[in-house]
Design a protein around this ligand. Structure first.
Ligand code: ZN
Length: 145
């Protein structure tokens, strides 16, 4: 199941969006037109700029990308998550997530995204008040399964 941003996004999605932004060095503190403090940073796929509030509510069409797709056992570990445009996420989902695990194109996309996510990784900034993660989130990927 895809987790979407936008209107009506769940608290869970907002929490994960906020954690992704907090741990992604492209996301910087900014002020929205209405004066709200926000975070702005880049889509993991196409570098389109996205904005979320400090509560994790997306003000642009941002969604949570699972780098290793959940269909292939990808978890909610923060290193497996990134912020992506709905359009980018949806496109990848349809083109790639249903391919067999050893499909070379799937493997290449995953490797590229993992590299990019690792390069952007940072410890959460101290000025950001982050909600606690649920037990299944934030951990390294489970092995086995
Ligand atoms: Zn994008």
């Amino acid at each position: 199941m895809r987790t979407r941003g936008g209107r009506g996004s769940s608290r869970r999605t907002q929490r994960l969006l906020l954690w992704c932004a907090a741990t992604d060095r492209t996301f910087e503190r900014a002020v929205a037109a209405d004066g709200r403090p926000v975070l702005t940073g880049k889509c993991i796929h196409c570098n389109t700029r996205h904005t979320i509030t400090e509560d994790g509510a997306p003000l642009t069409s941002a969604s949570i990308e699972h780098i290793v797709p959940r269909a292939h056992g990808g978890t909610d570990a923060i290193a497996n998550l990134a912020i992506a445009c709905n359009r980018c996420n949806y496109g990848k989902g349809h083109r790639l997530d249903d391919r067999p695990w050893h499909d070379p194109t799937l493997q290449k996309v995953i490797a590229t995204l993992q590299e990019r996510r690792a390069a952007r990784m940072r410890p959460p900034p101290e000025w950001l008040d982050l909600p606690p993660l649920a037990p299944a989130e934030g951990r390294e990927a489970d092995d086995g399964a």
